[in-house]
Design a protein around this ligand. Structure first.
Ligand SMILES: *[C@@H]1O[C@H](CO)[C@@H](O)[C@H](O)[C@H]1NC(C)=O
Ligand SMILES: *[C@@H]1O[C@H](CO)[C@@H](O)[C@H](O)[C@H]1NC(C)=O
Ligand SMILES: *[C@@H]1O[C@H](CO)[C@@H](O)[C@H](O)[C@H]1NC(C)=O
Ligand SMILES: *[C@@H]1O[C@H](CO)[C@@H](O)[C@H](O)[C@H]1NC(C)=O
Ligand SMILES: *[C@@H]1O[C@H](CO)[C@@H](O)[C@H](O)[C@H]1NC(C)=O
Ligand SMILES: [Ca+2]
Ligand SMILES: [Ca+2]
Length: 630
């Protein structure tokens, strides 16, 4: 017991000098990602609007003629009609100022306006809206009002950063209102006129919507602030909740986890839970629309629709855009366990796989990516031999090719990556342009299907399973003539395998899961005395030592994830504090205990990585370890 006191005192003393800033709960937001300043215009993270195109990670405005022709006429605030909503939006995107006014042709003198009433300043008040085809302005109902609508209303009024999360305090004002407008926005509209207005048939008194628009002066950051890319400060609790509080979506794009009623995309984006299984792909990884059988759409309340549903029109335009038709196999094959050396592929399993043949035979594989283009490794090719290369498509066994299936194309041009370095294999990629036949406009490969080319690094995350295919070599270094495939997992940082030949920006690593080394004997656990913690904490509290030993053993179990080990450790430690409370019954001691545990756990989170990797390397064996030196 005495020892425990000394121990806790020591730590309290210790702690007063080292500020513990990180919170016990792991932060939801990913700091490194935040530094990239992603917004709703970052197509590494989100889809662009149908009137935009994704170019090098940024959504840029389309030109109006690039919009689908099909659509209905809309009217803009400058009194001009546009053949489609997409054309109006693309022109607005290029030249902000002219906004959407109404669906259909322009009505003489048609006007839409938003105003804030009864506020103390211009930036706050109760929201009043005059719709184009209504004579009177009406208030908006509070029940339909959220941060989404508030941001759009403020943007419409010229407040670039949208709304503040503060509510406007209505002071003793009695408004006799028996009717109010319901409004629904997606949150990325530039005018409230694009949102859908409805009127409920009920005539009960309803609370009215109010808003405080964000002005720079209004907020000074507090220790609880999250800074949006547009400069607005919001409460940290509003980050990663699926709601676009920032207005530029920057609070939802770098999330390790989501809270509230929201869905976590594999690309670390939080979307509202209503977007799950709503028939529109919202996560760039597509996972919001996976496994949706049995999700019925919610029945609409009976309402009187006052304006057109432009969100439906947006979805319709999106559906008219060219569809991805890549990456779909000709035939489904049965999933099989990964096997050393891979499994034999059948014709049609990998319709994008091509073989690149020179005088010696098929020397490399390549991937058909559409049009006349094949992607392959730069080290496979030599510019001087361009016209001697053959591209064999729909080939499986190239020693015994099936003549009726195989299509042979010829290389016309080779483009090496401009920063390819043959010495280090940095940027080891090249494109082959195949020759067109006769007067054809494009290359036609009837039985080939292009593979999808990823446009965002977030499409592939560490630990995702990928399928690789190729000819390559067997483990005894024997040449393979028949196409094989296998599953591999992506590895986040493989500098431990490649050393200084790993180029983080340009490379993804993949490999197979390690399995326990036969006959491996872990070193005996050494309590909490590991140099890992920087401080010697092993002062004889048996339960603490037990936790530390258990943690050591966990690290040394091949295949255990560091996260799981650390979580078990945290659980074990937190039990100690509860025991302390039972024994001592004093709250300040329990607090000190919790702080200690926090420090200990924190050091494991931050310093435990190397010990973990070292232990795992000792405990595991990889499939190709005999000839490592990768
Ligand atoms: C335009 O849409 C209508 C139905 O909405 C359809 O019948 C028509 O074929 C479409 N036109 C084009 C060119 O896609
Ligand atoms: C509200 O309406 C009632 C009856 O309709 C009326 O007597 C009252 O004066 C009105 N109050 C205001 C503030 O307009
Ligand atoms: C955050 O600031 C508030 C006062 O604004 C203060 O009471 C609180 O202790 C601070 N929290 C931290 C973790 O510094
Ligand atoms: C817009 O108005 C046209 C008629 O001018 C109508 O056919 C169309 O359905 C409307 N669009 C939407 C989204 O309501
Ligand atoms: C990858 O790991 C190496 C050493 O293992 C380290 O030096 C490097 O900073 C890591 N990179 C990232 C992005 O974590
Ligand atoms: Ca949010
Ligand atoms: Ca969806």
């Amino acid at each position: 017991m005495k020892l425990l006191h000394v121990f806790l005192l020591f730590l309290c003393f210790h702690l007063s000098f080292c500020k513990v800033t990180s919170t016990f709960q792991e932060d939801r937001v990913e700091k490194k990602c935040l530094a990239k300043k992603y917004t709703h215009l970052s197509c590494n993270k989100v889809f662009c609007q149908p009137w935009q195109r994704c170019i090098e990670g940024t959504c840029v405005c389309k030109l109006p003629y690039q919009c689908p022709k099909n659509g209905t006429v809309v009217c803009a605030t400058n009194g001009r009609s546009f053949p489609t909503y997409c054309q109006q939006k693309s022109l607005e995107c290029l030249r902000p100022g002219t906004k959407f006014l109404n669906n259909g042709t322009c009505i003489a003198g048609g006007k839409f306006s938003v105003s804030l009433k009864h506020g103390n300043t211009d930036s706050e008040g109760i929201v009043e809206v005059k719709l184009v085809d209504q004579d009177k302005a009406m208030f908006v109902c509070k029940s339909s009002w959220s941060m989404r609508e508030a941001n759009v209303a403020c943007l419409d009024l010229g407040f670039q950063q949208g709304a503040d999360s503060e509510r406007f305090k209505l002071s003793d004002l009695s408004i006799n209102s028996t009717e109010c407008l319901h409004v629904h926005c997606r949150g990325l509209e530039t005018s409230l006129a694009e949102c859908t207005f409805t009127k409920r048939r009920t005539m009960d008194y309803q609370d009215l919507a109010d808003v405080v628009c964000y002005t720079q002066k209004a907020d000074s950051p507090t220790n609880d602030s999250f800074q949006c890319v547009n400069g607005k400060y919001i409460s940290q609790t509003k980050a990663c909740d699926g709601i676009n509080d920032c207005g530029d979506q920057s609070d939802e794009l770098c999330c390790k986890a989501c809270h509230g009623r929201s869905f976590h995309c594999k690309s670390d984006v939080c979307i509202p839970s209503q977007y799950r299984c709503n028939g529109e792909v919202d996560c760039i990884t597509g996972d919001d629309e996976v496994g949706c059988e049995g999700f019925a759409s919610v029945a609409q309340e009976e309402t009187e629709i006052l304006t057109a549903d432009m969100d439906a029109e947006r979805r319709r335009i999106k559906s008219l855009l060219p569809k991805l038709s890549c990456g779909v196999k000709n035939r489904m094959h049965v999933r099989r366990k990964r096997i050393v050396g891979g499994k034999l592929a059948k014709l049609g399993d990998f319709p994008w796989q091509v073989g690149i043949k020179d005088a010696k035979g098929i020397t490399c594989g390549g991937i058909y990516i559409g049009g006349c283009w094949v992607l392959t490794a730069a080290h496979c090719l030599s510019a001087s031999k361009t016209h001697r290369y053959q591209i064999w498509t729909t080939v499986v066994d190239w020693i015994h090719p099936s003549i009726k299936d195989i299509v042979v194309e010829y290389a016309d041009r080779i483009i090496f990556h401009e920063n390819y370095n043959a010495g280090t294999y940095q940027n080891d990629i090249a494109l082959i342009k195949m020759k067109k036949e006769g007067n054809k406009k494009d290359c036609e490969l009837p039985r080939s299907i292009p593979a999808c080319v990823p446009w965002s690094p977030y499409l592939f995350q560490p630990d995702d399973t990928c399928i690789i295919s190729g000819w390559g070599r067997e483990k005894d270094n024997e040449k393979v003539f028949s196409l094989r495939w296998g599953e591999v997992k992506l590895i986040s940082n493989c500098s431990k395998f490649y050393g200084n030949r790993f180029y983080e920006k340009e490379m993804e690593c993949a490999g197979s899961k390690p399995f326990p080394r036969y006959g491996y004997k872990p070193s005996p656990p050494n309590g909490c005395g590991s140099p890992l913690f920087g401080v010697h904490l092993n002062i004889g509290i048996p339960s603490l030592t037990k936790c530390c030993n258990q943690h050591d053993r966990c690290y040394e179990t091949c295949g255990k994830s560091k996260n799981d080990c650390d979580e078990e450790f945290q659980y074990c430690l937190s039990k100690i504090c509860r025991d302390v409370q039972k024994t001592l019954g004093l709250t300040q001691h329990v607090q000190a205990c919790e702080t200690t545990v926090e420090l200990l756990f924190d050091s494991v989170i931050h310093l435990g990585c190397k010990p973990y990797l070292d232990s795992q390397r000792a405990a595991c064996r990889c499939h190709y370890e005999e000839k490592t030196d990768l």
